[in-house]
Design a protein around this ligand. Structure first.
Ligand SMILES: Nc1nc2c(ncn2[C@@H]2O[C@H](COP(=O)(O)OP(=O)(O)OP(=O)(O)O)[C@@H](O)[C@H]2O)c(=O)[nH]1
Ligand SMILES: [Mg+2]
Length: 227
């Protein structure tokens, strides 16, 4: 069977990508092998070189396009590689690759098409108060719109069945967090949440800024109007 893809978007993450891939290589999922796919979103540092050196497939955007575009590229590459399922996590070591088996379990057991790793069910270290409030507010909005009990709409650790990865459409390049969930749930995909761990990044730079709501809210509106 083809390996399960581990999609990792990365923009200038040379401080963490090597350790992340080393830790992914130690993760064991019964009955499956894992193959990392790093989407290098126009990095100007050593991210791509380090990832290739660790044996990852590196798909490169020549110029920076944004996290939504990077996830779109990563899911497409995973489907093209024939992956039976996809795990997804950020490159900045805020998430624990050791949680990948728990994340994939509902998909590999055939219970879910889309799994959200919930930091608020698992354990959050170091998140600032304003980021925490932002996460609660966006999660409450998403729970309202989807009529589901969700606890972490912005998580950077998710899993997909092959079908969900194939059918996912991300309508903006800036981000994927909420529009991807709305898209997949509107397509009838079965969702589950599992607890995962989280600790705030120590290296690199965040793409999240004061303009996040101004970019994300119109995209949510567009997604709702065009499922
Ligand atoms: N900064 C940035 N990151 C990107 C971009 N495209 C892909 N990424 C990667 O997407 C992942 C998530 O980005 P982060 O900036 O960490 O977003 P976040 O985790 O919501 O924010 P922090 O909690 O501050 O880290 C990381 O692995 C980035 O390397 C981009 O255009 N800009
Ligand atoms: Mg991050």
């Amino acid at each position: 069977m083809n390996p399960v893809a581990v999609v990792i978007p990365a923009k200038d993450e040379e401080a963490t990508i090597g350790e992340l891939l080393d830790r992914v290589s130690l993760v064991r999922v019964p009955g499956h092998t894992l193959a990392p796919i790093v989407v290098d979103d126009g990095s100007t540092d050593g991210t791509a070189r380090i990832a290739r050196g660790r044996g990852a497939l590196v798909v490169r955007h020549p110029a920076n396009r944004g996290l939504g575009a990077a996830v779109r590229t990563g899911l497409r590459a995973a489907v093209e590689a024939g992956a039976p399922a996809v795990a997804y996590l950020d490159a900045d070591l805020e998430y624990f690759p050791e949680d990948i088996p728990r994340l994939l379990e509902p998909v590999l057991a055939g219970r879910a098409d889309y799994v959200l790793g919930s930091r608020f069910l698992g354990g959050v270290r170091g998140m600032s108060l304003h980021r925490r409030i932002g996460n609660y507010a966006f999660t409450a909005l998403l729970a309202l719109l989807t009529r589901r009990r969700l606890t972490d709409g912005q998580t950077g650790m998710r899993a997909f069945s092959r079908e969900a990865a194939r059918r996912a459409e991300i309508i903006h390049d800036y981000n994927y967090a909420q529009v991807l969930t709305l898209d997949l749930l509107q397509k009838g995909m079965r969702v589950e949440e599992v607890p995962i761990r989280y600790r705030l990044r120590e290296h690199g730079e965040s793409f999240v800024s004061w303009s996040y709501p101004a970019k994300v809210l119109p995209a949510i509106w567009r997604e709702l109007r065009n499922p």
